[in-house]
Write a protein that binds this ligand. Structure first.
Ligand SMILES: C[S@@+](CC[C@H](N)C(=O)[O-])C[C@H]1O[C@@H](n2cnc3c(N)ncnc32)[C@H](O)[C@@H]1O
Length: 253
């Protein structure tokens, strides 16, 4: 079911080739380690994975004893997450727009990892996603938002970037072209994929709102968080123009 107001994410994240440009792969364990310490998780913690994709991070955390909820707008990703859930795991995955979905029970911690945030052109909808994160957490719970380092994206802007990924035993060549709309404060990106000498396939164009770290902090505060720290990557480096990401760690007031 789609309509004109649907965000581009619905098409992009349902494309059969999208996982070739996205999956965390080997990084999953490392990110789960980092989430474990950043969010002060313990066996039995109830965790909210907002924009969970195929649930790989929640599934990895559940192997270490957590339970909780994952939500994503992509039905194929949620199907994959459900298929990968082991019998008896206390994980509940739902297909929904995360700007209008909160967990049925308050969680002890939460995260939004991998630029699930910022996919709406309207600030109000992006704010609503953080409001839903706040509504899903108990007072005192930690939440981490992992998003573009927009200062670095602007400072080191690359209109075209190519790399290769292995997918189902085949090398996939990926070219990403990026275009800034400074008036709207958005970044448009197009991925072209080719493998096995076939003609390239183009994924649906993405559009992400660009928020500087200060704006992310203000939005989190408006949602009911207090900001604890900013980092430039999952490894916990200080945020700078060269940082690959911007992570904001915040506590539910
Ligand atoms: C780059 S993927 C990251 C997936 C996962 N968090 C991870 O790190 O493996 C971004 C995810 O955000 C989801 N997403 C974006 N906007 C969303 C929305 N409004 N509601 C729910 N999910 C959304 C997409 O469907 C996609 O699965």
């Amino acid at each position: 079911m789609t309509d004109d107001r649907d965000p581009w994410v619905r098409d992009f994240y349902q494309h059969p080739l999208t996982e070739a440009v996205l999956t965390q792969g080997e990084a999953t364990q490392r990110i789960a380690d980092r989430l474990w310490s950043l969010l002060e998780l313990a066996s039995g913690s109830r965790v909210f994975d907002q924009c969970c994709g195929d649930g790989s991070l929640s599934l990895e955390l559940a192997r270490r004893g957590t339970r909780g909820y994952g939500v994503d707008i992509s039905a194929p990703f949620i199907d994959a997450a459900k298929r990968a859930s082991t019998a008896g795991s206390e994980l509940r995955f739902s297909v929904a727009d995360a700007s209008a979905w909160a967990t049925p029970a308050p969680c002890d911690a939460g995260f939004n990892w991998g630029t699930g945030f910022g996919c709406f052109p309207e600030d109000s909808k992006n704010q609503a996603m953080l409001d839903c994160a706040a509504r899903s957490l108990r007072s005192g719970a930690l939440f981490v938002l992992d998003y573009y380092n927009v200062a670095g994206v602007l400072a080191n802007f690359r209109a075209e970037f190519s790399y290769a990924r292995e997918r189902a035993g085949e090398e996939v060549h990926i070219t990403r072209t990026s275009e800034l709309d400074l008036r709207a404060g958005t970044l448009h990106q197009v991925w072209r994929l080719s493998a096995g000498g076939k003609a390239p396939t183009q994924l649906p164009r993405t559009t992400t709102r660009l928020y500087l770290p200060r704006e992310l902090c203000a939005m989190l505060e408006r949602a009911g968080f207090s900001v604890v720290a900013l980092f430039g990557s999952a490894e916990g480096e200080a945020l700078s123009l060269e940082s690959p990401r911007c992570l904001v760690l915040a506590r539910r007031v």
